[in-house]
Design a protein around this ligand. Structure first.
Ligand SMILES: Cc1cc2nc3c(=O)[nH]c(=O)nc-3n(C[C@H](O)[C@H](O)[C@H](O)COP(=O)(O)OP(=O)(O)OC[C@H]3O[C@@H](n4cnc5c(N)ncnc54)[C@H](O)[C@@H]3O)c2cc1C
Length: 531
């Protein structure tokens, strides 16, 4: 095992080494798919390099709803296979690979006279089917409690801002919720690095070939040619920029961010039916850093792929209006402190071209590209990254005639995961045993068993404090200075933007970003100087 720490120094050294090597597998793209592929391949004993044009989780993987889905929504569209796969992967995440990053989230569907008897019944049946998926996956009800009806008092405790006067009660069902999607990507990358994978950010692939790629180090402008026995293209919505044979049909999903206090600091997610749709809901999801994230839209997004997609005013209005229908006090535009949007890398399968993007299958595609000779791995979703990676590496090994062991990532805990939840145990610790003792809950939720080490490793003045950044105007952010240092010394952050926008998610709220930017820049510069 190698160190799992990613640093600027390690990046430089490994990039130099790469120029003279032939690796078994070169992964292009450092989102959840690419880092998942790198981990799978490295765990099978292959030599692996991953190149990411910007930063880990730069793309769609940081703009998700951060749910480890049980697949219920796919049942509604008849994708039983996708639904079962999703529930199985949620189980793997919650009980073995990342129980520290995924918690059981109660989802509340309020029942009012406006819900209608029929919808109430349909939801109950849907939740019942979702529970069958949970059982089928072997997930204990201790990990994810089954669905049930709740009284108004309990509903109001979970979602205090709900309008109570016409509330009969609610359906409550549980799903998996990630503390943050970008943190899952970083955990995957570091776990892969621990098994010898080179994880190289700020390295763009400019040309893919069956036996390697041309790369550009975007920090220096230097070009290098790397040889690989097989290349895996995991560039998500950007796949078409390196492979002209790829046909995607991106769909934009938008969220708005409001302060959690505005909704009474809910501990459950609110599900509000979208008027006129039998299967779509808007969710108000409690999130870290004292926020609630409200999503989700599904809009066709044809044309060139932007670096960072932007929410439209119509989408923001739609989300506020839909969720306000069940709130005691409607949300107003002034309540919104941030917005974000991402593009789903949906595969344009034959015949799907004319229907709405919400109906395009979330199945993933793994195939050898007729134009580059690389293995393309596209589509899917965050929850099923592991099976996507397994399928991609299986095909890559076969295609290149490599010798590799079988996939065993279902039994491979990510950095920070308690090793208690071992392979086949089927038991979630539900907590991060070994990390708790007196540490802030938020720190444990983000770092699991590494939480104590994050604090212990901090050396800069003021960093040993376990509480807050010590910045006026940012008292509500439960992030410590030690986390900023750790991002640079262990998580491959190369500048303040990496820290603000991906290692922490401070940047989701522009006012928070502005309040802490100077201090974070200083801490990052000092930490980089120490490396
Ligand atoms: C709004 C929204 C909400 C979602 N919510 C959920 C959810 O709650 N649960 C769930 O399971 N799924 C969800 N999904 C789906 C999920 O987020 C995506 O399927 C997944 O993140 C895609 O990951 P990826 O690694 O394939 O792509 P990306 O994360 O986009 O990664 C591709 C990477 O490739 C890099 N790259 C591009 N070109 C090059 C190049 N030439 N050289 C090197 N690197 C390059 C990019 O910088 C990028 O980092 C959601 C999606 C959206 C849009």
């Amino acid at each position: 095992m190698q160190s799992t720490a990613l640093t600027a120094r390690r990046r430089r050294r490994e990039l130099d080494e790469l120029a003279g090597e032939t690796v078994d597998l070169l992964v292009v793209g450092g989102g959840v798919t690419g880092t998942g592929v790198a981990l799978d391949a490295a765990a099978r004993g292959l030599s692996v390099a991953l190149v990411e044009a910007r930063d880990l989780a730069w793309g769609t993987s940081r703009w998700s709803s951060k749910l480890a889905h049980g697949g219920l929504r796919y049942l509604a569209t008849g994708d039983v296979g996708v639904a079962r796969e999703s529930a199985r992967e949620r189980h793997v995440l919650m009980t073995r690979t990342a129980p520290h990053l995924v918690r059981a989230l109660p989802q509340v569907l309020p029942l009012t006279p406006g819900t209608g008897r029929r919808r109430g019944l349909t939801v109950g049946i849907g939740f019942g089917l979702g529970d069958l998926l949970r059982r089928d996956a072997g997930t204990s009800s201790l990990v994810l409690p089954g669905p049930r009806l709740a009284r108004p008092g309990e509903v109001a405790r979970l979602v205090p801002a709900i309008a109570r006067e016409r509330l009969h009660g609610a359906w409550i069902a549980h799903d998996g919720q990630l503390v943050d999607d970008a943190r899952l990507v970083v955990a995957l990358a570091r776990t892969a690095a621990g098994r010898g994978a080179k994880i190289l950010t700020r390295v763009r692939a400019t040309e893919l070939r069956a036996d390697g790629a041309t790369l550009e180090d975007t920090l220096t402008g230097a070009t290098l040619t790397v040889r690989a026995r097989v290349v895996v293209n995991a560039t998500g919505v950007w796949a078409g920029t390196v492979d002209p044979s790829v046909r995607l049909r991106p769909s934009r999903g938008t969220h708005v961010v409001v302060p959690a206090a505005r909704l009474g600091s809910p501990t459950g997610a609110l599900m509000v039916p979208v008027p006129g749709s039998g299967s779509r809901y808007v969710f108000a999801l409690p999130a870290q850093l004292g926020r609630v994230v409200i999503g989700l839209t599904d809009e066709e997004a044809p044309g060139p792929v932007p670096d960072v997609p932007v929410a439209t005013q119509a989408e923001i209005d739609f989300l506020l209006e839909t969720v306000s229908a069940v709130l005691a006090r409607p949300l107003l535009p002034d309540d919104v402190v941030g917005t974000f949007a991402g593009l789903r890398p949906l595969v344009d399968t034959a015949g799907s071209g004319d229907g709405p993007s919400a109906d395009v299958s979330r199945k993933h595609l793994v195939e050898v590209s007729p134009s580059t000779g690389a293995v393309n791995v596209l589509g899917g979703k965050l929850t099923t990254y592991r099976t996507m990676a397994e399928d991609a590496v299986d095909l890559a090994v076969k295609h290149a005639g490599l010798t590799a062991g079988p996939c065993w990532t279902t039994a491979l805990p990510l950095v920070g995961a308690p090793s208690l939840a071992g392979p086949g145990s089927g038991v979630s610790t539900g907590s991060t045993s070994g990390a708790g003792g007196g540490l802030p809950e938020s720190l444990v939720a983000r770092y699991g068993t590494e939480a104590a080490e994050v604090l212990a490793a901090a050396v800069l003045p003021g960093s040993a404090s376990a509480v807050g950044l010590g910045i006026t105007g940012a008292e509500h952010l439960d992030i410590t200075r030690a986390e900023i240092e750790w991002a640079v010394t262990h998580e491959g952050a190369l500048d303040a933007d990496d820290v603000l926008d991906r290692r922490t998610r401070i940047g989701l709220v522009p006012a928070d970003r502005a309040a802490v930017r100077d201090v974070v820049e200083e801490l990052v510069a000092d930490s980089l100087a120490r490396l």
